[in-house]
Design a protein around this ligand. Structure first.
Ligand code: TEU
Length: 551
């Protein structure tokens, strides 16, 4: 049985990973062909974002049928072959369960719209507050009001995401039973884990206007959330202790995560929280340009690290996913320091207490898309906000500047396999443009090259297997107020690990309180010698990780 604390999880966005049949969309057979690559990297699990039948308004997060695979991605036979081939390589598959909402194309929703009361009760229909006034003023995460009017009923349905993603009614026991059944179905197909999409939004507290915000306080970490998760656990994945689970927790609180991911609470193995990825927002407002706040980033990371540890709960640690811009473009630096800063960022989180996630292409130091035309963007959120920003009076150029930084499409450009046509992703025309820098940044160039970003990630993963302290050690932040250094110490059974990262281009000199003479270097991102004994000197974006064995 794998220990999820010693595991590393590789995330695949199937649409952009590898296309085996030339239609421009990645598919399951494409993934089969790349399993050896993932094995080479050393990952233990692959989390795949949804490939179920879907109209693809939100790239599969709008599920029409949870039991079948969208023909665009392949067949159930392909899936079983993928599971078997992954298994042969010691890799487990984790599926993405989108249970806060379905697609409006789901047969339940179609029946609901046809007036079937049983199925109307699967969703959240409410009367408006008056003619043309929705039940509450909540905002959809993708822009606009979160309620859609249905004239036939003179009622509205709730959609926290796109209008094509109606929210499910978890108060209805029947809905909860259906969800557990879906999980059991995939468990029987040999799946080893699950990621639950925005799962902390499923328990709505009250349908009231929000005069302080966009409505999230009425449905985030709601009153019955822990009960719902424990029930789902008991009726599905909890029946097999080998299954690993992670909940995507939107705008959550740490206190709730102590329970969601508590060792004793029988909810989930671990959680994704996002506060550290809002340090370049203005409050909760994403569609603005503000420089990122390094101290805030550190504060948030460290408070989650120590808070979760004190409460015996487990974090997922990550910079990247299919919703986030590329980290090297965000907190690192493109150009001269791209590789160095990509490696530093990787080390900064791989030694933290938690299970690291690597998002496809992150291990190559892939960068943001750099799109300049709206026709290059695909994501519904980007398209909506491009319009909304201009409606608010921003110039088109300013709207573009914001999209280039924040769009989710930044991470959705095709995986860069080689310097051949379309980066080796497809024989056809990719559904979204390949980043022109694929000639320089690609897997073929990196796998065999010792100094590559890929091999740095590979080494980080192998160190986790070799040194238990990385998985099990305590964590103590160091120099929490330093304006450029991120540093922490891990300790376990007399061993120590010191992780030092310079987050900026300027060279940094730091005098440690403790003399570090007894430490040896485990890994670093400069080939030239580093120095650390009485005084630590860190070059631009340098990281060094030092280890002291038990006496
Ligand atoms: O994302 C949830 C979510 O709230 C965000 O990460 C979202 O992209 C962001 O708030 C927008 O600024 C999950 C999935 O990861 C995402 O791809 C889906 O679109 C979303 O749920 C709906 O299922």
């Amino acid at each position: 049985m794998k220990d999820f604390k010693k595991s590393v999880i590789y995330q695949i966005y199937p649409k952009s990973f590898c296309d085996s049949d030339g239609d421009g969309l990645g598919d399951l057979r494409g993934i089969i062909g790349k399993l050896d690559y993932i094995k080479e990297l050393g990952a233990d699990y692959i989390w795949m974002t949804p490939f179920f039948v879907s109209p693809q308004n939100d790239n599969g997060y709008d599920v029409e049928d949870y039991y079948n695979i969208d023909p665009r991605y392949g067949t159930m036979e392909d899936f079983q072959e993928l599971a078997a081939e992954a298994d042969k390589r010691g890799i487990g598959l984790m599926l993405d369960m989108v249970f806060n909402h379905t697609s409006s194309h789901h047969q339940w929703f179609k029946k609901a719209l046809a007036g079937d009361e049983t199925y109307k009760n699967y969703y959240i229909f409410r009367k408006g507050k008056g003619p043309g006034v929705p039940p509450t003023n909540w905002e959809s995460k993708f822009g606009g009001n979160a309620w859609e009017y249905v004239p036939e009923f003179d009622e509205y349905y709730l959609h926290l995401f796109d209008v094509s993603q109606p929210d499910l009614n978890w108060e209805n026991e029947e809905v909860r039973r259906e969800m557990a059944k879906i999980v059991r179905f995939w468990m029987e197909k040999g799946v080893r884990g699950f990621r639950f999409d925005v799962v902390n939004l499923i328990s709505k507290a009250a349908y009231e206007d929000d005069y302080q915000g966009d409505g999230r306080r009425f449905y985030t970490d709601g009153p019955r959330i822990h009960e719902f998760l424990r029930e789902l656990n008991e009726n599905s994945f909890g029946q097999n202790p080998e299954i690993v689970t992670v909940g995507e927790m939107s705008s959550t609180s740490m206190e709730n995560c102590f329970l969601y991911a508590g060792a004793e609470s029988k909810e989930l193995s671990m959680v994704f929280s996002f506060h550290h990825l809002k340090v370049d927002f203005a409050g909760n407002e994403k569609w603005v340009l503000v420089p990122y706040d390094f101290r805030k980033l550190k504060d948030i990371l460290f408070s989650w690290q120590t808070g979760m540890a004190e409460n015996n709960a487990w974090n997922a640690v990550f910079w990247c996913n299919h919703d986030q811009p590329r980290v090297v473009s965000r907190f690192g630096k493109e150009g001269k320091y791209r590789e160095i800063s990509a490696k530093m960022l990787a080390a900064a989180i791989h030694f933290m207490r938690g299970t690291p996630y690597v998002y496809q292409g992150e291990e190559l130091g892939m960068t943001n898309a750099g799109f300049t035309e709206i026709s290059q963007y695909r994501d519904v959120e980007s398209l909506n906000h491009f319009r909304i920003l201009q409606e608010k009076g921003l110039s088109q150029d300013d709207a573009y500047r914001i999209l280039r930084v924040h769009s989710r499409d930044n991470s959705r450009t095709p995986m860069q396999w080689s310097d051949e046509k379309e980066a080796g992703f497809t024989e056809g025309t990719p559904w979204i443009g390949v980043n022109p820098n694929y000639k320089e940044i690609n897997a073929a160039a990196q796998v065999g090259s010792e100094d590559s970003v890929f091999n740095f990630y590979k080494k980080l993963i192998s160190l986790r297997k070799k040194y238990d302290i990385i998985a099990y050690g305590d964590i103590t932040p160091i120099e929490a107020n330093h304006p450029a250094l991120l540093a922490y110490k891990r300790s376990w059974q007399g061993e120590n690990l010191m992780v030092l990262c310079n987050f900026f281009e300027k060279e940094l000199i730091w005098k440690p309180e403790e003399n570090l003479k007894g430490y040896v270097k485990l890994i670093g991102n400069y080939s030239e010698e580093s120095s650390w004994e009485d005084e630590v000197k860190l070059r631009p974006f340098e990281t060094i990780v030092l280890y002291q064995a038990a006496e």
